[in-house]
Design a protein around this ligand. Structure first.
Ligand SMILES: [Cu+2]
Length: 132
């Protein structure tokens, strides 16, 4: 009887452990978010640089715009560390937590932007602009 209980609790522990590993490997609570600004004239999109103990991210992950759209990014560092954003030939200064900087990109092209600090881009600090 006690042996069955031990085996059952071992299985529960293994399943919980596997779920935790999968959770961390897939970026924890991170989900892919897409902004689709629409309308005439220049479009302003707020882009947040975020980090936590588990992951680094830029929110939104994807910005979809119609061809010919002029794009302005308000880049805000909501993280606990220093980050920047380099995109479409433009780059913010190194932003301290809480700081922000506006980047006027002109007519949007499909490009990927990234944080240039350390290997933050590989850890998830990228943002894609997609002209659709
Ligand atoms: Cu960074």
């Amino acid at each position: 009887m006690q042996r069955k209980v031990l085996i059952a609790s071992g299985i529960v522990t293994a399943v919980a452990g596997a779920a935790l590993v999968a959770f961390v490997l897939t970026g924890g609570l991170d989900t892919t978010t897409t902004a689709r600004p629409q309308g005439t004239g220049p479009q302003v999109v707020t882009v947040e640089l975020v980090d936590s103990y588990a992951w680094y991210d830029i929110t939104p992950d994807v910005i979809e715009v119609a061809a010919g759209t002029e794009l302005i990014l308000d880049v805000v560092n909501r993280a606990s560390g220093v980050h920047d954003l380099k995109i479409a030939g433009k780059r913010t200064r190194l932003l301290e937590p809480g700081e922000s900087q506006r980047l006027e990109l002109g007519v949007a092209e499909s490009v990927t932007g990234r944080c240039t600090v350390g290997d933050h881009d590989a850890a998830g600090m990228t943002v894609d602009i997609r002209v659709v």
